[in-house]
Design a protein around this ligand. Sequence first.
Ligand SMILES: Cc1cc2nc3c(=O)[nH]c(=O)nc-3n(C[C@H](O)[C@H](O)[C@H](O)COP(=O)(O)O)c2cc1C
Length: 378
Amino acid sequence: MENKAGQGHDEEEQVPLLTPYKMGNFQLSHRIVLAPLTRQRSYGNVPQPHAIMYYSQRTTKGGLLITEATGVSDTAQGYPETPGIWTKEQVEAWKPIVDAVHAKGGIFFCQIWHVGRVSNQGFQPNGQPPISCTDKPLTPQIQSFGIDAAQFSPPRCLSTDEVPQVVNDFKVAARHAMEAGFDGVEIHGAHGYLVDQFMKDQINDRTDQYGGSMENRCRFALEIVEAISNEIGADRVGIRLSPFANYMESGDSNPKALGLYMIESLNKYGILYCHVVEPRMKTVGEKTECPHSLVPMRKAFNGTFISAGGYDREDGNNAVAENRTDLVAYGRWFLANPDLPKRFKLDAPLNKYNRDTFYTLDPVVGYTDYPFLETPKA
Ligand SMILES: Cc1cc2nc3c(=O)[nH]c(=O)nc-3n(C[C@H](O)[C@H](O)[C@H](O)COP(=O)(O)O)c2cc1C
């Protein structure tokens, strides 16, 4: 495993985040990753041409980008105008976006998700209830992605023999991502969505082989990992986890053990990377320092380790320099600073992000209109 930035010391100060890193077969030129960021500009669940500019603005040669969460099936949605990858039309619509990122030398992974019970019947085919590992409903008024009125319909608990069908949806979505030209997929196993719902003991109340023990609760996630690895190759598979978070009422009584169990299991499949959200990101958008640490997971994992959640330039540099992670994913700062790697290189000031436009639908405002650093005239 590659690790640690900056072999040797140049006279000039090395910026650890700006050092190269070999992630499996991918040669990265730096360690600053575009975190998955839902943007709600994919009208009718179809990626739009304006995403070409959005993603290519954030592309650097040898930089890793992860897409916004992308639905695996027609039951996967819980937010308006989020993209999918289950239809031919969606696959075709992703192609020019992927091509644009590749044309600038970027490495592009598609984050695939299913929201499970974080949904309502309005998003579901034929107005059916959302599906989950449970029939326990979410508290209705949770503020979710800036939508105050989010109302969650009580979910329908998947029967044991329906679960493999959802695993298959993930597998087909991964195949579609390959068809669209992506370099790989990231399974969204974080933040209280379907995969996380199965993993967390505060939600999962099943009595079959997908519930109860930690091993059983992780079975769904690992079946997805296995199916996708067999389909597209483990060297193209990443997963995002947030064992310490309790977004969407998805806490666990023993997050440390859960995280380590997942890491040890993932090692058996030899997947490319594990992307873990910092324990300090317990609630959406708020950074609260807390005593847990990702280091045991990082040490136990054989592949590339990506950390995310509340990093700034200094934090990220320290984490890389101290070998606490291989790569750092930046969300809000990358959203507001399309040239974030350049700004970090120069230690230039950052644009502030505007929370009010995170989830609005405009193809430009709060999306592609954040300014780049001015290039000094020669
Ligand atoms: C606007 C917005 C959209 C997000 N969408 C996703 C998403 O689609 N998938 C995901 O795994 N995380 C999502 N997140 C979480 C981010 O990837 C990231 O973990 C979080 O913002 C913390 O990192 P930061 O402090 O660098 O912003 C989102 C966060 C924001 C602010």
